[in-house]
Design a protein around this ligand. Sequence first.
Ligand SMILES: NC(=O)c1ccc[n+]([C@@H]2O[C@H](COP(=O)([O-])OP(=O)(O)OC[C@H]3O[C@@H](n4cnc5c(N)ncnc54)[C@H](OP(=O)(O)O)[C@@H]3O)[C@@H](O)[C@H]2O)c1
Length: 244
Amino acid sequence: MLAGKIAFVTGAGGGIGRATCQLLAKANAKIIASDCNVTSAKETIGILEGNGHMAIRIDVSNGKEVNDAFNNIIENYHTPPSIIVNAAGIIRDNFLLNLTEEDFDKVLNVNLKGTFLITQKACQHLVDAGKPGSIVNISSIVGKRGNRGQCNYASSKAAVETFSKSVAQEMARYNIRCNTVLPGFISTSMTEGVPDKVKDMFHSLIPLKRFGKPEEVAEVIKFLSSDASSYVTGTSIFVSGGLE
Ligand SMILES: NC(=O)c1ccc[n+]([C@@H]2O[C@H](COP(=O)([O-])OP(=O)(O)OC[C@H]3O[C@@H](n4cnc5c(N)ncnc54)[C@H](OP(=O)(O)O)[C@@H]3O)[C@@H](O)[C@H]2O)c1
């Protein structure tokens, strides 16, 4: 289904990023797994089906590292990746009255600026090469509904969605699509440390009455990455068990 395609995934050492790499590799894509923690990106590569994959370390919030990484990829594969999945993300939760400027900036820098830097660089290379592409960005249901203790995270995720819609409109003329996935509460290392009280609150609100699995988000990312969604751009898909 994705034979001959190269997929570049950020946050590839994490729950959703790793599940996405696994699913795309199973569909015969070659995977570039990137993470700020190169050991976890290498672990992801180690469990993938097929060959021709590579792991690279990138801090997505650092423009020079992003630029160098794309040069490295093109040197290796002689073509830019046509599937981009921006799954790197962080939380630094605190209530508004206690939230530090540093934690506000850090979350916006990784979640929003990182998505911008990777998307821009990928699009520049695709446009230069005259190739089509598909970009999938990860927002969150809290980017729609807000959340106590997550002013920084929720606003970064709301911005990722409108950023993606704008990219979709600008890049359509180059046949580069851009869509957003909005996961609900997914069991990964990001949600591991959430206090039981908060988990119970979310659980009670989810119509399907369970938390999601990273593989369930990866399935939707695969759809948006592939030609099965060739007429889909600038849209957002909830993967949240019905919670909006
Ligand atoms: N899990 C959920 O319930 C949920 C819900 C909605 C949206 N999302 C979003 O889905 C995406 C994936 O989340 P996840 O649940 O899979 O979380 P995760 O397991 O924590 O994975 C995130 C990955 O991103 C990496 N990362 C952090 N900062 C980075 C940076 N500056 N540059 C490159 N990589 C960086 C992390 O590395 P380290 O571990 O070394 O920091 C980690 O490997 C995120 O954007 C998240 O906001 C998750």
